[in-house]
Design a binder for this molecule. Sequence first.
Ligand SMILES: *Cc1c(COP(=O)(O)O)cnc(C)c1O
Length: 381
Amino acid sequence: MSDNTLNIQMVDLKRQYLRIKQQVDNAISNVIDSTQFINGNEVKEFQSELSDYMGVRHVITCGNGTDALQISMMALGLKPGDEVITPSFTYIATTEVIGLLGLKPVFVDCDSHTFNISVKEVEKAITKNTKAIVPVHLFGQSCEMNEIMKIAEKHNLYVIEDNAQAIGCDYKGFKESKKTGTIGHIGCTSFFPSKNLGCYGDGGAIMTNDDDLAVKLKMIANHGQSKKYHHDRVGCNSRLDNIQAAVLRIKLKELDQYILNRQAAAAYYTQKLTNISGVITPYLSDQSNHVFHQYTLQLEDKVNREDLMSYLKERHIPSMIYYPIPAHKQKMFSNIPASIGEMNNTDWLCSRVISLPMHTELDYQQQDYIIENINNYFNNL
Ligand SMILES: *Cc1c(COP(=O)(O)O)cnc(C)c1O
């Protein structure tokens, strides 16, 4: 059976938009009417609503998630040659800004179950030049933040959380549950359209509970400006515009429901796929819930991943590999002095993972079709 009428996509932003179309269209039209395109009221309100949602003192919006990471590293005063520990199994932005600022990336392996940075490897990678750790809550599940914060405290290191894929995720490793992105010294997120809280263009945010850091972050994102036309340090120009903020205010109200939709879709996939030999369904940590930015399977060595992907593609089922090449093997780092630990899990995962369609609008008909075809593929092997 090959069915194109189901219109299955990796992320279905159109159907999501149609549910909130009236509100979004009105909000955008109001911003245009006001002609307050930059630094308007929507941005202020969104920052305050997001800080309430996250339970964090300061939210500073910026141009995108990559800028958020860069501005964070600048605000912490990291200097060329300082070492920053980061996973290699991540989206390139996390590691790119380390190189951009002339810092030294120290790549460590990930845990084979959670795909997140291995705490044991972090500890091994620390030297006298280490200044910061950048854990990434990959695919929507929290890193072991209790352990990471303990290591950071012991060695006097900064922690910048890359929360671009896990906004809304609850980490339960402390006495009180906390939102990922609010645990380290700084948390960064992205509002790229396909992210769990996405706008209709580019956007990002930085969050912190530290009042002094908040002042610096705000200043750096705005040309290093302390007051109008007084520029105290070299910064950059990175801002969220008012139209994007207006869209995000509407979508923030939906975020918890969006997460429930993703979790329901993930649970259904797992229930139906868990017994297929050769397929490993996502691991669920007991320290964190999972907000399923991606639903990612591991395929055992006997499965030909490319063959499975083209089988699905012929049946109008998209799938993706996040990520085919780890950061430590990217050409961009061949000129940058980096430290690379053992990467057994990372290398294995890059050759073995496959992500299935995952979004807020997946319905049972679509999922049944996807599941049936995956089953057929394995039954015919
Ligand atoms: C998307 C993403 C970023 C970058 O966000 P942009 O808004 O695209 O710049 C950074 N880190 C991770 C893990 C991401 O998924």
